[in-house]
Design a protein around this ligand. Structure first.
Ligand code: ZN
Length: 108
């Protein structure tokens, strides 16, 4: 994940990662304690890096202690092809403060 975080500054674009890895988000590994009525409640953005929704996120931000190493390893393995694809082909995240410019992002 190092190259990914260097490029995207910790921002996780899970939909793009899954697209690039050719997997569905619901095919990702899950943790039993964060499943509710068969649906995942765990925020993967928060597990993998920084969740841009913060406090308003509709998913659960699990404490780091709840994320077991084997779960993290499995998750990383599943999304790895997508992460690597984005590192090679994705647009790098804009610099700090870019969000404040009315959502208009310059493409590099
Ligand atoms: Zn979240």
């Amino acid at each position: 994940m190092r190259a990914y975080h260097d490029k995207f500054r910790g921002r996780i674009m899970l939909a793009q990662i899954c697209d690039a890895a050719k997997i569905k988000i619901n095919a990702l590994p899950w943790l039993k304690q964060y499943m509710e009525e068969g649906r995942n409640k765990l925020c993967y953005n928060n597990v993998l890096g920084v969740c841009s929704h913060g406090q308003r996120c509709r998913f659960v931000h699990a404490p780091k202690t709840a994320i077991r190493d084997d779960f993290a390893a499995e998750l990383c393995k599943v999304i790895k092809p997508g992460v690597e694809w984005l590192v090679r082909n994705g647009d790098a995240a804009p610099g700090p403060g870019a969000e404040r410019r009315n959502g208009k992002q310059r493409r590099y």
